[in-house]
Every structure is written in C-alpha cells, then in structure tokens.
Design a protein around this ligand. Structure first.
Ligand code: GTP
Ligand code: IMP
Ligand code: MG
Length: 334
C-alpha cells in the first residue's frame, strides 16, 4: 500500500476476490476501485460464515469503512449492481463513474448466440457486444441511467485524492492475464486488455502512482471457455486431485492443469508485478488448511512456494490456505 493493483497471472478465477477481501480488512483500505471488463467476472468472498459471489462491486465490501468504486473503464449491468448493493447493504459507500458503459438486454442476447457462444464460449453476460458498441461510440453511459444517479461519482478524482492523502487504495483487477485481448490467447480471450496497466487506466490512475502490483496465482491452473490450456488434465483426473471447480458466473466446469511456471513468469513481466500471491495451497497440501503463518506450513508446501519464487523472481507474500478472507499466511508481516 498505499496504491496496490491486484491482478491475475493465469486465466482468471485465481482468487482475487479472496485476496482483495483480506487486503482490505488487514490494511484498512480507504478506497477500492473495481477495474476490468464488467459482470463477466465472478469474485468469491467468504467472510463471517457467508459466501458472496460478486460480479460488479469490489470484493473489499467486507471492510465496512472502505469506499467502493467502479471505474469508468468497467461495464455496468445496473440490475446486477443494484442487487449487489442491496445484498451487501453498501448503498452509502458505492460510487459509479458517470462514464461507465451500460450493458443492455440486446448485448446479452448477442453474446448468447453466434460465434461468441459457439466458438469463444463467452460468459454470455453481454460484455463483448457492449465493448464493441463502446468502440463504435454508440453505447449508453451510466450518467444517462435514472436509477444510477445517486451513485454517480468522479472515480479517478476520488482515487487520486486518496493516494495524495496517503490512504490505502486497492485497484481490483478482474479476469486474468491470458484472457487479455492483447496479451492473451486470441481469439479465445475477453473483449479488452486486463493486465495491470489496463486496470490502472480503467480507474484513472497513472502508472507513476502505483506502489505495488500483486499477481494472484493459484496452486494449479484453471480455465473456463475455449482456448489452449498448457498440460491440461482430464476432468476425471481433475476431480481425483480435487481441482475440479465450478464457475461462479456460468456454472460451467473449469478445465484444469498443473501450475505453469512459464505462464507465471511471463505474467510477472506483462503486469510489472512486485509481489505474488498463491491461493489454494491447501488443495495441493491439505495440512496447510487454515494455517496463518508461513513457518507453520509443511515443508513440501514451503518448497513449492520457494520454487515459484525462484522461477518468477518476485517474492510470494500472500499464501491462501482456505477460502475464508482470513485464511492466509501473510509474509509481509513476518
Ligand atoms: P475472476 O475475476 O472471475 O477471475 O475471479 P477470482 O479471481 O476472484 O476467483 P473466483 O472467486 O472466481 O475463484 C476462486 C475460488 O477459489 C473461489 O471458490 C474461492 O472461494 C476459492 N479460494 C480462493 N482462495 C482460496 C484458498 O486459498 N483456498 C481454497 N481452498 N479456496 C480458495
Ligand atoms: P467474455 O469475457 O464473457 O467475452 O468471455 C471470453 C472468455 O473469457 C471466455 O473463455 C470466458 O470463459 C472467459 N472469462 C471472462 N471473464 C472471466 C472471469 O472472470 N473468469 C474466468 N474466465 C473468464
Ligand atoms: Mg471468477
């Protein structure tokens, strides 16, 4: 902190939601600004015995003093946003930039047909068609939606002011490096860049204002939808290893593969990562479950973390040992 960007180094679903909920609580983040594409993302937050699936609001909502912003680069589905505001009782601390583009039923309809549904296997949430209209400069913006008026806020100004005041700010990336329209596995990718630079642009933060970029990696790799996944294993094998996950947004099964050092290394480069998080270490090494200090992790888990560090050449500071916001070994404080 003060300005920390959190992004995923693989194909999304590495647990950014969990890492951000922890960072917001632990570092008392004053502001979190959601970046990324839009409601195609599904961030899971597990806190005080409840599980939340968030597609629009920042995962930092668990820290009650945190202002929750949505940057102008992000696409907004107003119905989804309003239902998440209600679910999290966060009405008095949400800000939506007037320049956010709005997803309409026609975008969702287009996304659920043709090559997007059949070849790319998109999430069907309307984000690609909405970004296409945005590029054509015919899309509707948040400033023109009556039931969003009370949430409108100048997000870049708020974020930069908080940084000026040395408050802790989180920029919440979504999707993953290899789903980027520029750096991912085109055409099997999402509808814009989603690396750290894009996340900053989404919320109006310049590159010189960022202190840390946390690259979130998972102890194994998963991917939903079409496109290559190096060393992919069968669904049966994934189930056997406990790696078979179900997607938050679409309910589809996630494809799985072992941890890829090659992808992780390149993601460090593409995102300018200063540190990394590894989630789900408890799935590889069950004795890690709920462990909150690095010293208490079993030897083989430590060996894995140290091998990752040696390969990617940035410190692994946060290690996820369970889905709960506090289930983490935080090496920043050891
Ligand atoms: P996208 O923005 O959609 O890419 O999502 P995300 O990166 O926020 O990840 P998502 O919540 O979709 O998937 C991560 C899954 O792993 C969720 O079910 C989390 O609850 C779970 N999870 C996160 N960290 C850990 C961990 O350290 N251990 C275990 N067992 N589960 C974890
Ligand atoms: P779209 O972003 O809905 O257009 O989908 C394009 C590709 O990105 C598909 O393979 C989706 O499964 C994938 N995708 C988009 N958002 C996410 C995400 O948040 N997590 C994981 N995969 C995603
Ligand atoms: Mg997800």
């Amino acid at each position: 902190m003060p300005c920390t960007v959190v992004v995923c180094g693989f194909f999304g679903d590495t647990g950014k939601g969990k890492i951000i909920s922890y960072l917001a609580l632990k570092d008392k983040a004053a502001v979190t600004a959601r970046a990324g594409v839009g409601p195609n993302a599904g961030h899971t937050v597990v806190y005080e015995g409840k599980k939340y699936g968030l597609r629009m609001l920042p995962s930092a909502f668990v820290y009650e003093k945190c202002r929750l912003l949505i940057g102008p680069g992000v696409l907004v589905n107003p119905d989804l946003l309003l239902s998440e505001i209600e679910m999290t009782h966060s009405e008095d601390r949400v800000g939506v930039d007037p320049q956010c583009a709005i997803i309409e039923p026609k975008h969702i309809k287009t996304d659920k047909g043709g090559h997007l549904a059949k070849k790319i296997l998109t999430t069907g949430t309307g984000t690609g068609p909405c970004n296409a209209e945005r590029a054509l400069r015919i899309v509707r913006l948040a400033k023109d939606v009556p039931n969003l008026q009370k949430f409108l806020a100048d997000v870049p100004l708020e974020v930069n002011r908080a940084i000026d005041e040395r408050k802790n700010v989180i920029v919440e990336g979504t999707q993953g490096t290899y789903l980027s329209l520029f750096h991912g596995t085109y055409p099997y990718c999402t509808s814009k860049d989603v690396t750290a630079s894009a996340a900053c642009s989404d919320v109006g933060v310049g590159p010189t204002r960022v202190n840390d970029v946390v690259l979130v990696l998972k102890a194994y790799t998963t991917r939903v939808g079409g496109g290559p996944l190096p060393n992919e294993i069968s669904e049966e094998e994934a189930a056997k290893r406990g790696w078979l996950e179900i997607a938050t947004v679409t309910g589809r099964k996630r494809r799985a593969a072992p941890f890829s050092y090659e992808l992780a290394k390149r993601a460090v480069m593409l995102n300018g990562a200063t540190q990394a998080a590894i989630t789900k270490i408890d799935v590889l090494f069950p004795e890690c479950k709920g462990v909150k200090s690095y010293d208490e992790l079993p030897q083989e888990a430590k060996k894995f973390v140290e091998k990752v560090e040696k390969e990617i050449k940035v410190p692994v500071t946060l290690i996820g040992t369970g889905p709960g916001a506090w289930e983490i070994a935080d090496r920043r404080i050891e």
